[in-house]
Ligand binder design. Structure first.
Ligand SMILES: [Zn+2]
Length: 319
């Protein structure tokens, strides 16, 4: 499955620099983290949770938390019986004062009167480098992103709960020359792109190189299939046209033969009329080449028009 493979590829890719680890973790924590509302930094011992349905993403989150928070997080598994939409791995970060400050530093939560809450928008101060913009987008995709199988449709989306965050995701994509759209969903907002170029570019930006290769080979196949169909349709149309024209010429020639006889035609017309009768499938060019000396396609065409005109006159049709 294209989506599962893409997500797996991105979950396994570990960023080289700490700046990118922080950016990607910030995106994941912002997208699928949970903080008890009203909590403030004095109440230590509480927990910040990040949940994901993917084991590979859970492993990545744990590695990130170890690097950024210098603690070994706990992970628990929850299934549908816990009231969740599906199976979830929940990474728990004990939220003491220093962890709380780190969560603020990396732009995941903000402290307000009455407690702390998840930040609304994208934490721009973290994302001054291009590598970090890529990492942030990857984090959002791993949390709540989706890509359609390119054999069905070119479509990639990122779901988020706030419009400000959705607009931030659009700005990040725009910095890589992709212009996504935003649409409102029942719960939150969807940032999405359609079109092979845009989907391929965002996969490239996030570092899903195998996925890009898969998508490009599907595009080539789809392109080749389209070209073949176009050529076949076009050739069929041309052949049909040629056959129809040939049949009309034969009808005209037979009429002339019936009424006045082909022998009464000028030698040039008689020659082409006899050749056409015995070769109904030939194109005008082929007819011209079969004469000796050969004549051009337009010369054949000219003679055929004279024959058709003569048949119409003999038949009493208005010419
Ligand atoms: Zn970076």
């Amino acid at each position: 499955m294209f989506y599962v493979e893409t997500k797996g590829e991105l979950a396994r890719a570990m960023p080289d620099s700490e700046c990118c680890i922080i950016s990607e973790l910030a995106a994941i924590a912002r997208s699928c983290g949970r903080l008890e509302s009203g909590q403030n930094h004095c109440e230590s011992g509480k927990v910040f949770e990040i949940s994901t349905e993917s084991a590979a993403v859970a492993r990545k989150i744990m590695a990130f938390v170890r690097t950024v928070f210098c603690v070994k997080p706990k992970v628990r598994f929850a299934d549908r019986r816990c009231g969740l939409p599906g199976n979830q791995y929940i990474v728990e970060l004990p939220c003491d004062i220093s962890a709380f400050e780190t969560l603020q530093d990396i732009g995941v939560i903000s402290q307000r009167r009455g407690g702390a809450s998840l930040r609304n928008g994208v934490p721009w101060p973290l994302l001054s480098r291009q590598c970090c913009l890529r990492a942030y987008l990857r984090g959002v995709f791993l949390s709540r992103g989706y890509v359609q199988n390119p054999e069905k449709e070119y479509h990639m989306e990122f779901i988020t709960d706030s419009l400000i965050h959705a607009e931030g995701i659009v700005r990040i994509a725009e910095s890589f020359n992709v212009m996504p759209k935003i649409t409102e969903r029942k719960k939150g907002y969807m940032v999405y792109v359609k079109g092979g170029d845009d989907v391929a570019q965002l996969l490239r930006v996030m570092g899903a190189h195998s996925a890009v290769l898969t998508l490009e080979s599907v595009r080539v196949l789809r392109g080749v299939r389209g070209d073949v169909n176009r050529v076949v349709n076009c050739e069929t149309a041309n052949v049909t046209k040629a056959v129809d024209a040939g049949l009309a010429q034969i009808t005209a020639i037979r009429k002339i033969d019936e009424i006045i006889g082909l022998g009464s035609l000028s030698p040039g017309l008689q020659e082409i009329a006899e050749l056409r009768l015995t070769n109904p499938e030939m194109t005008l060019r082929e007819l011209g080449q079969a004469l000796s000396p050969p004549i051009s396609k337009s010369a054949v065409n000219h003679r055929m028009r004279r024959l058709t005109y003569l048949a119409q006159r003999l038949d009493g049709e208005p010419g």
